[in-house]
Ligand binder design. Structure first.
Ligand code: ZN
Length: 298
């Protein structure tokens, strides 16, 4: 596995990143803005074709925004499902690149992939259950249980959980499906709408963060109750730019759970933290998915 040559593709809400790696050492990444799928994937087709002429990869891993088809036994495996992103719903991603490159393809949500990378190389090494939350354009949650990304009927979508609202917070939320689900309350676009300014310009002491901390605390408390993860890693542009959010969210979790777990205060700093992989969590997630296909073929 160490000497494997792996291509990766991370499909995100604002950009798509193509990369190639030796083992899990990333040697090149190229970002392409996420536009209509034909234009964006056309650029990536050319790039992969060029890289393949230099050296055939052993596998490809694709980590995508969701929802996506993750059951390899179903006809919608490898497809992007019902996304509001214009043109992307019903797009076959994994099949396209399996045909183009002639290699095995690992395919999952970007956050399940990042959770897998955390398990292999980040802050969740040695855990039997961990979760990864991205705080960015959207709010996504991935889970890995005993080394495998969590799949069932579909894949986890905790970002769309509806939680208790902060008393006095009347923001209606901006999720097109649910209004005030967690994503509708604390995604980058939601923070921008709440504050009336671009998210990155909002000062750390702006009151909008009180609501974000409360709602993030509810999400984390729900994850702890539902999955009992040993580690929850937070990544994405908002978490990486404002690591103090994590510290404040720990306090919100303890308040939300009301003393039910008497060992939570002792464990919470180890349990909840910013991703150890930084902005490489996503790209490394794609590489981790590629590695799972090499391992499956052995
Ligand atoms: Zn929602």
């Amino acid at each position: 596995m160490t000497g494997s040559h792996i291509f990766g593709l991370e499909l995100g809400g604002t950009k798509c990143v193509a990369l190639r790696a030796e083992g899990h050492h990333i040697v090149e990444t190229i970002a392409v803005p996420t536009a209509e799928p034909g234009a964006t994937l056309g650029v990536i087709d050319d790039l992969f074709g060029q890289w393949q002429r230099e050296r055939q990869p052993d596998a490809l891993g694709i980590a995508s925004f969701g929802p996506v088809g993750v059951d390899r036994n179903r006809p919608d495996w490898g497809f992007i499902l019902n996304t509001p992103k214009p043109g992307w719903a019903g797009t076959d991603i994994a099949g396209r690149y399996r045909r183009l490159l002639g290699v095995e393809v690992g395919f999952d949500t970007d956050v399940n992939a990042a959770a897998l990378a955390e398990t292999l190389w980040g802050g969740a090494v040695g855990t039997s259950c961990n979760a990864y939350i991205t705080l960015g354009t959207g709010i996504g949650v991935g889970c890995v249980v005993r080394g495998e990304p969590l799949h069932g009927w579909q894949h986890p979508e905790f970002g769309h959980l509806k939680a208790r609202r902060m008393p006095g917070d009347v923001f209606r939320g901006n999720c097109p499906f649910h209004g005030d689900c967690i994503e509708g309350l604390i995604s980058g676009p939601a923070i921008a709408r709440r504050s009336g300014m671009a998210g990155e310009q909002v000062e750390d002491k702006h009151p909008v963060w009180d609501g974000v901390v409360h709602d993030l605390g509810e999400l984390l408390a729900g994850l702890i109750l539902g999955l009992s993860p040993e580690r929850i890693s937070l990544g994405g542009s908002i978490a990486c730019a404002r690591p103090w959010l994590v510290e404040r969210a720990r306090g919100a979790v303890i308040a939300s759970l009301g003393g039910y777990f008497d060992n939570l205060s002792k464990d919470i700093n180890r349990m909840i933290g910013v991703t150890a992989l930084g902005d490489r969590a996503g790209p490394l997630g794609a590489i981790a998915l590629g590695m799972t296909r090499i391992a499956a073929g052995k």
